[in-house]
Design a protein around this ligand. Structure first.
Ligand code: NDP
Length: 257
C-alpha cells in the first residue's frame, strides 16, 4: 500500500513514532526517521529494515524540532535522498504538567515550541513537496486537544492549537488535494509520562485509574494509534481531511456523573 511512498516521521525514536515506523516498513514504505536520540533511532531503523519486504533501510536524521536549522535539514536530507515526500507524520511531542499557578514561562515555551512551533515549521517546509506528490499529513495530537483537563495547562493548549492547525491547513491545502488529519490518543502506555514528572509509583496509579477514566476501561498501546495513523495516511482515507480522530477508548465522550 505504501510501496514507493516516502514517509517522514518525527519522534520516531520511541513510543508511537517508533511503532508507526515499524508499521509503515511492513508495507514497504521508504522511511525518514527523526528525533534527538541517535542510538534509539538506529535501533528502530534496524528493526524497520528487518520488517521491510524489500529490506529498505530508513534514512535517519538526528534533529531537535526546536532548532530551526535542524528542521530545515530534515527536509533537505529527505529530498536529497528520495527526491520526493508523500506522507508527513508530525508525532514528536513532550508533556509537562502544571497549572496556571505553577507553570513557568520556560515550561510553556518548551511545550509550545516542541508541540506547535516545530510541526508548524516542518509542515511549512514540507508542503511544496507534498503538493507535488498529492500527499498527506497526519498530526499526533491528544484527547487533551479536544477536552479540558486541569494540571496539564500548557500541554492542553498546545494540542488544541495543533487541532486547529490540522483543520485550517486541511482547508488551505484541500484545493491542492493534500489531506491533513490528526489522531487524538487517550492515555497510551509509552515512556511519555515517566519522562514528564511522574515517578514509577505515580505512573502505576495513573495507569490503574484508566479503568475509570477511559470508557473501554484501560489505557491504549502504541500499536492501536499507529494503525489509525496508517489508515489516515492511506488511500482508504481518500475522502477524509480535517478530522481530529480520538483514539482514546472513548475518553473524549465521557462526562462525570
Ligand atoms: P515518547 O516520549 O515515547 O515519544 C516522543 C517522541 O518525541 C520521541 O521520539 C522524542 O525523540 C521526540 N521528541 C521530543 N522532543 C523532541 C524534540 N525537541 N526534537 C525532536 N524530537 C523530539 O512518547 P509518545 O510516543 O507517547 O508520544 C508521541 C506523541 O503522542 C506526542 O506528540 C504526544 O504528545 C502524543 N500523545 C501521547 C499520549 C500518551 O499517553 N503516550 C497521549 C496523547 C498524545 P527524542 O527523545 O529522540 O528526541
Amino acid at each position: 500500500m505504501f510501496a514507493n511512498k516516502v514517509v517522514l516521521i518525527t519522534g520516531a525514536s520511541s513510543g508511537i513514532g517508533a511503532e508507526t515506523a515499524l508499521d509503515f516498513s511492513r508495507l514497504d514504505a521508504k522511511l525518514v526517521l527523526t528525533g534527538r536520540n541517535k542510538e534509539n533511532l538506529d535501533k528502530v531503523s534496524k528493526q524497520c529494515q528487518e520488517y521491510s519486504p524489500s529490506n529498505l533501510k530508513p534514512l535517519v536524521v538526528v534533529a531537535d524540532m526546536n532548532v530551526e536549522s535542524d528542521v530545515e535539514n530534515i527536509v533537505k536530507k529527505t529530498i536529497d535522498e528520495f527526491k520526493q515526500l508523500d506522507v508527513l507524520v508530525n508525532n514528536a511531542g513532550i508533556l509537562e504538567s502544571g497549572t496556571i499557578e505553577n507553570t513557568s514561562l520556560a515550561q510553556y515555551d518548551r511545550v509550545m515550541n516542541t508541540n506547535v512551533r516545530g510541526p508548524y515549521h516542518l509542515t511549512m517546509l514540507a508542503t511544496p513537496h507534498l503538493v507535488k506528490t498529492q500527499g498527506n499529513i497526519v498530526n499526533v495530537s491528544s484527547v487533551t486537544g479536544l477536552r479540558s483537563f486541569p494540571n496539564v495547562l500548557a500541554y492542553c493548549m498546545s494540542k488544541s492549537a495543533l487541532d486547529q492547525f490540522t483543520r485550517c491547513v486541511a482547508l488551505e491545502l484541500a484545493p491542492k488535494n493534500v489531506r491533513v488529519n490528526a489522531v487524538n490518543p487517550g492515555v497510551i502506555t509509552t515512556g511519555l509520562h515517566m519522562k514528564s514528572s511522574m515517578n514509577e509509583q505515580e505512573y502505576e496509579m495513573f495507569i490503574k485509574k484508566c479503568a475509570d477514566s477511559h470508557a473501554l476501561g484501560r489505557a491504549g498501546d502504541a500499536k492501536e494509534v499507529s494503525s489509525v495513523i496508517l489508515f489516515l495516511a492511506s488511500d482508504a482515507a481518500s475522502n477524509i481531511t480535517g478530522v481530529t480522530m480520538p483514539v482514546d477508548g472513548g475518553r473524549h465522550a465521557m462526562c462525570p456523573r
